[in-house]
Write a protein of this length. Sequence first.
Length: 270
Amino acid sequence: MPELPEVETTVAGLRPVLEGQRLTLVEPRRADLRWPIPVDLRQRMTGAIVTSLGRRAKYGLVETDRGDVMIFHLGMSGRWRIDPVELEKHDHLLIETETGRRMVLNDPRRFGSLDIVRAEDLDRYKPFILMGPEPLGDDFNATYLKGATKGRKAPIKQLLLDQRIVAGLGNIYVCEALHMAGISPRKKGDAISKPRYERLVAAIKEVLTAAIAAGGSSLRDFVRPDGELGYFAKDWLVYGREGEACHCGALVQRRVDSGRSTFYCSQCQK
């Protein structure tokens, strides 16, 4: 599933094409993705001017001069294509601007979503109500994380994947950040000291920033809107590297918890 860096990269790719542009056509090409597409999305977006694009957790946000925000989620296999020569079977939303640019949201597995809300209601959008702070923001720090995991006996990896604790983190970057911080993914949340949380928060911010700069990680279906691949995968220290040598010389291991693979080094991470 595309994670925070992939969504940030997607928004950055759409921004120069959409921002400040009037939308002359907004055409859902099916009634639903994972959830039904709002029946008034076409009417509310067609003719509007895109005033800004942003991101909340793993959701992309397209705001218009009408006070509406179109919210998209890429699901497992979603991606935007810019100026496609032809429409494909799994292009489920078509957008055209008055300058003649064309964008399509392609989602073969249809685990993504499209929604539209009023800008003033964005914080009350159901997936956002209980969502934790953004990991790249100032509100996400060691003091916060120590408090959020106080008394929690769950493994730290599980806690970091909980969107109520921190928004937007996913399996790849949690594995990488825990390795960078030298913390075992099985370590209980309330057993981690404040200094170790400081290292972990710094590692999370560092790995996300590096991934965004590299254009994300190309896992299966994810590519940037311009069709280029993200290159952060070549910098993975543990993710997807089971049986390969860690920088310490030990072999990277993999375990599966609740259907998710966890990659780690038992020598580096305690």
